[in-house]
Write a protein that binds this ligand. Structure first.
Ligand SMILES: Cc1ncc(COP(=O)(O)O)c(C=O)c1O
Length: 348
């Protein structure tokens, strides 16, 4: 035991992000990045950077980019918050909305960061197990200080019914954080609940549909008091000067985002058919990744074999996840290479 480190931190293993392998021939389908090119406006801004400006701190309130968010969602500036990726926002929500003896709810399986964030804050967790179809039934009288509701869910890729979410929000006594990281690939969003109910935060990211994971920008929309609480506790300059400006122009260029997401959805449909033909059970995806159960020799062996061939997908150990693979939708070419390799591995 290292006496210099908080006991709870010593005891935890920490979040394990997907591998970031380097190399030219690698096919990286393991962290749900988007292989399409972001808005051309982003490149223009990068070409015009005045390095002298970089000597100054960024706007602590991120006003210009928040104006773009407010306009996009037709809400007030006071309903918007900008963060260093949506992961930062999820962490801030715990710190702002949970008492020391509070509890943190989320589905199992869902985004594996939530329990880690709870551990960091030494908060008790109250996960709700999804059923065998990855759908939910809340235990009667369920309560927690905060509930992270990932929609569409990860890693299962499926969208939960909006009506069911609204009914849950109405009954739930704490804050519901709807994590819509993948929603631009889905048929509907719950954004309207962010201003309709005072206990809702809807979190978004530019890492997926905007193909900008590298700039680290996320945002959320919610009732003014909740948003004000997040502003109180954030780092003064949590979003860099460059990121604020790149995110602003990307958000204003909805056309590029829509073109990117529709290309991803097209590839998603193709790869779904190919995987089904290879004997995979594919869950209906509303995201930029596919959650699928492979045939024999099973998920872990196929994951290892693909990795030996420099194709990286994601396998999560655990009773609810170990039989499936999570495969990010890459370019058509990458997906065809994946299919060819799977054919070889499966002897088809
Ligand atoms: C469900 C979910 N929420 C949030 C995030 C984090 O996104 P960001 O890159 O904005 O931190 C991810 C990233 O993979 C995710 O899967």
């Amino acid at each position: 035991m290292n006496q210099l480190i908080r006991k709870s931190v010593e005891a935890m293993s920490g979040y394990v992000p997907g591998e970031q392998p380097k190399g030219e021939d690698i096919i990286k389908l393991n962290t749900n990045e988007n292989p399409w090119i972001c808005s051309p406006e982003v490149r223009d801004i990068l070409n015009e950077i005045d390095v002298v400006e970089l000597a100054k701190y960024p706007d602590p309130l991120c006003i210009e980019v928040r104006k773009a968010i407010a306009e996009k969602h037709d809400v007030g500036l006071a309903n918007t918050f900008a963060g260093n990726g949506s992961d930062e926002i999820l962490a801030l929500c715990l710190r702002a909305f949970c008492e020391k003896d509070g509890t943190v709810g989320y589905f199992d399986p869902s985004y594996s960061l939530y329990p880690v964030l709870a551990q960091i804050e030494e908060l008790a967790t109250k996960p709700v197990a999804l059923d065998e179809k990855y759908e939910w039934n809340m235990p009667s009288n369920y309560s927690a200080s905060i509930f992270f509701l990932t929609n569409p869910n990860a890693p299962t890729s499926m969208l939960f019914p909006k009506k069911k979410i609204e009914a849950f929000i109405k009954k739930f006594p704490g804050v519901v954080v709807i994590d819509e990281a993948y929603v631009d690939f889905a048929k509907e969003s719950c954004m309207e609940f962010a201003t309709k109910y005072e206990n809702v935060i809807v979190a978004r990211t530019l890492s997926k549909s905007y193909a900008l994971a590298g700039i680290r920008f996320g945002y959320c929309v919610g009732s003014a008091p909740l948003i004000a609480a997040l502003h109180k506790i954030k780092d003064s300059y949590n979003v860099s000067r460059l990121t604020q400006e790149l995110a602003r122009v990307a958000l204003l260029d909805e056309d590029t985002m829509k073109a990117i997401t529709s290309a991803v959805k097209g590839t998603r449909a193709l790869i779904t058919d190919e995987l089904i033909a290879l004997g995979f059970t594919v869950y209906p995806s509303e995201t930029n990744f596919i959650w699928a159960k492979p045939p024999s020799p099973g998920a872990k062996k196929i994951f290892d074999e693909l990795r030996n061939r420099s194709i990286y997908v994601r396998w999560f150990d655990g009773p609810r996840t170990k039989d499936c693979l999570r495969i990010t939708v890459g370019t058509n070419e990458q997906m065809m290479t994946l299919i060819e390799n799977l054919e070889e591995i499966l002897g088809k």
